[in-house]
Design a binder for this molecule. Structure first.
Ligand SMILES: CC(=O)Oc1ccccc1S(=O)(=O)Nc1cc2c(c(O)c1O)C(=O)c1ccccc1C2=O
Length: 227
């Protein structure tokens, strides 16, 4: 069966090089085009999906819907989960490179860039952008919803969803499409390709380029191709 990973196209804040995290920004024009192009590639590859998974963030949801529309597959079951959200960048959300370096110093930024288990400064729970004040997450236990995540924490809250939901769908023989974000897709990639904690920080998943895994019943890779 097929597992296809698709990182959402460029967002309005990617264009400005701002830390985005859980900020629910829209796709840019370019991002919409990337999603259409990904959908066309998947259609040409002739993959028929049985189920799709995405995050609670519109840049991933719209990427999925645009791609499914290109494949004339908008009818398939789609599951949305916060566990596929991008890494939460805490108080860095909305900052650009200059502001980050000014506020925290180049040295600190340098440490953060390569860290696996260091979280950014946390966002205040009463910040207007806090997930605790966002209706999307109102039904979740408030101690589960993050205010800032290390890469390790992101991987640790995404992987259980893969184990409990996506894996069983694959083992049931379904073709699965996951439209999500750089760090949440790293979690799946890390598991499927058995990548170490050190190496995963340098794995970059390109936007809008479907990664197609053909897996056996033990979720072992038979073939991997990037469309
Ligand atoms: C390419 C680029 O301009 O990245 C930005 C964007 C916004 C702020 C800082 C930068 S940067 O040039 O310092 N590079 C840059 C900076 C950072 C990161 C990163 O992956 C990165 O590429 C992180 O993962 C990261 C993770 C957690 C806290 C801080 C950072 C961080 O400060």
């Amino acid at each position: 069966m097929k597992l296809v990973l698709l990182r959402h196209g460029q967002s309005e804040w990617n264009k400005l090089n701002l830390f985005t995290g859980w900020k629910d920004v829209d796709l840019s024009e370019k991002g919409v085009e990337e999603a259409k192009s990904a959908g066309r590639k998947l259609k040409e590859a002739g993959i028929e999906f049985d189920i799709a998974y995405t995050s609670y963030l519109k840049r991933a949801i719209k990427t999925l819907n645009i791609a499914l529309e290109e494949m004339d597959s908008l009818y398939i079951e789609t599951v949305k989960t916060w566990r596929l959200n991008e890494r939460h960048y805490g108080a860095l959300q909305g900052l650009n490179k200059k502001e980050t370096a000014e506020k925290y110093g180049d040295e600190q930024v340098h440490i953060w860039r390569r860290s696996f288990d260091i979280a950014p400064p946390l966002m205040d729970k009463d910040d207007e952008n806090s997930a605790h004040r966002d209706k999307k997450y109102r039904d979740f236990p408030q101690d589960v919803i993050p205010d800032g995540e290390s890469l390790k924490l992101t991987l640790e809250r995404t992987l259980p969803f893969f184990m409990d939901e996506i894996g069983p769908s694959l083992i049931a023989g379904k073709n699965v499409l996951v439209a999500a974000h750089g760090n949440s897709l790293r979690s799946i990639t890390k598991y499927i390709e058995n990548i170490s904690d050190e190496e995963i920080t340098s794995v970059e998943i390109a936007t809008g380029e479907p990664i197609v895994y053909t897996l056996d019943e033990n979720l072992k890779i038979i073939k991997k191709e990037i469309l």
